[in-house]
Write a protein that binds this ligand. Sequence first.
Ligand SMILES: NC(=O)c1ccc[n+]([C@@H]2O[C@H](COP(=O)([O-])OP(=O)(O)OC[C@H]3O[C@@H](n4cnc5c(N)ncnc54)[C@H](OP(=O)(O)O)[C@@H]3O)[C@@H](O)[C@H]2O)c1
Length: 191
Amino acid sequence: MARFSVIGTGNMGSAIAGLLERGGAEVTRVSRDETGSAPLGDVVVLAVPYPALAEIVKAYGSQLDGKVVVDITNPLNFETFDSLVVSADGSAAAEVAQAVPGARVLKAFNTNFAATLAGGTVGDAPTTVLVAGDDADAKQTLIDAITAGGESAVDAGSLSRARELEAIGFLQLTLAASEKIGWTAGFNLFR
Ligand SMILES: NC(=O)c1ccc[n+]([C@@H]2O[C@H](COP(=O)([O-])OP(=O)(O)OC[C@H]3O[C@@H](n4cnc5c(N)ncnc54)[C@H](OP(=O)(O)O)[C@@H]3O)[C@@H](O)[C@H]2O)c1
């Protein structure tokens, strides 16, 4: 089974690491102090704020070649809460892919609030993680690990879909911030 490293030990890092561990995966949790020096597993989840991505990618450089790198960020303008800070035809995930061309980049988890990953449900249904990326094997590795942890995961298409996933994450955040929904709620997929 693939070995996972989760960089970031906050709300999302803890929830994602817990989910993967429930599925029996070997997970290393990497704190801020260890970032850049901790050895990395086959799959690296960047559970950090969008502005930290560039620094982390730079710190690891070519060590990310061959890895599956998972971007979970919602790149919002948190001053206005009214726009994304990436270009209209781009995404944070596309920026990561451009910065580490030797890695297989996935977008995942950004449409799930941390509580729904930790608790495993949205309402009465299993939490569904949408996974986008250009490498089918990389996507399947992550989907299998999430499924093993008891949640649902769906291949949402190529990495180009990251733009749409970031739009969904943005909208969901604005709904929660304006108290239209709770932080334990959110969009889900029913099949
Ligand atoms: N919270 C959610 O429900 C949710 C949902 C979907 C997506 N997201 C996305 O998930 C990401 C993480 O959110 P979060 O809620 O988990 O935030 P958080 O609780 O604030 O945790 C952020 C983590 O990133 C670490 N970090 C910050 N800058 C770093 C750097 N330069 N190098 C290494 N580590 C660094 C922090 O370390 P320190 O503790 O030392 O500061 C902390 O462990 C964000 O991009 C957010 O948009 C969040």
